[in-house]
Design a protein around this ligand. Structure first.
Ligand code: APR
Length: 234
């Protein structure tokens, strides 16, 4: 089985009704990123930050995976597929993808403020307990915090993403502006001989020769990729 690694960003979930971060009506226009997505913002106003993620969780419960997520999950019948996502939603999993690496954390998980990566204190929320408040504690007695990688924090899962590239045959990028590192740098680890496909309705700056750009939204773009390119490779 040929091996595919896919890097996804907010545009992957746009057709499900989740806002992207940058561009027209981007989430960071409505909510200042320093306030809601940095350790400093969290220290300054924890209840504002917790409520921001409560709102994101409420929204996540109301949306469904789109055709793009489903087509991607369907590739697993013919390819060994790893999805590396910057998204904190669970739409890849709900569409059926089985190998998903979340670089920036997961909305439906909470963790210890003291030791965010200690597995012992990471908890998956159920739909009826998505509201996290100041005073809700992790098992180590510290304030529960969203299991989200904020700006200025380390991205330990990038190591898993780089490891997943070993022996990759096809690399696909979907719906990311490639503004945020280290995620955007993953492409630098893809050998020059590996074909790279990029699906995005808007222009994205890629510093690599020979990328096949499919200038469409995630669902239509996935259809084009499968019918026009992947059907010729097995
Ligand atoms: N299908 C595919 N792509 C789309 C669609 C669509 N229907 N609609 C928009 N896009 C594209 C945009 O053109 C843009 O290139 O999705 C991309 C979204 O870019 P960003 O909003 O910058 O999101 P992303 O690249 O995922 O951001 C990276 O930044 O703020 C942080 O942690 C946050 O994980 C996030 C990271």
């Amino acid at each position: 089985m040929k091996k595919i690694v896919v890097l996804t960003g907010a545009g992957m979930s746009a057709e499900s009704g989740i806002s992207t971060f940058r561009g027209a009506n981007g989430l960071w226009d409505e909510y200042p990123v320093e306030q809601v997505a940095t350790p400093e913002g969290y220290r300054a106003n924890p209840s504002l930050v917790l409520e921001f993620y409560n709102t994101r969780r409420r929204q996540l419960l109301e949306v469904e995976p789109n055709e793009g997520h489903k087509l991607l999950a369907g590739l697993e019948s013919e390819f060994d597929v790893t999805v590396v996502t910057q998204n904190v939603d669970n739409l890849h999993e709900r569409a059926g993808s089985t190998k998903v690496i979340h670089l920036h954390g997961e909305l439906m998980k909470v963790c210890s403020s003291r030791e965010p990566y200690n597995e012992k204190y990471i908890k998956t929320l159920t739909p009826d307990e998505i509201e996290v408040k100041v005073g809700d504690l992790a098992a180590d007695g510290s304030q529960l915090r969203p299991f989200i990688v904020w700006f200025g924090e380390a991205v330990p899962k990038i190591e898993d993403a780089i490891a997943a590239l070993a022996g990759v045959d096809i690399f696909i990028i979907i719906g990311t502006s490639l503004n945020v590192y280290p995620a955007a740098g993953l492409l630098n680890y893809v050998p020059a001989s590996v074909p790279v496909y990029l699906i995005d309705p808007n222009e994205v700056n890629v510093t690599r020769q020979g990328v096949t750009v499919i200038r469409k939204g995630a669902s239509e773009g996935m259809r084009t990729l499968i019918d026009g390119y992947l059907s010729k490779i097995k």
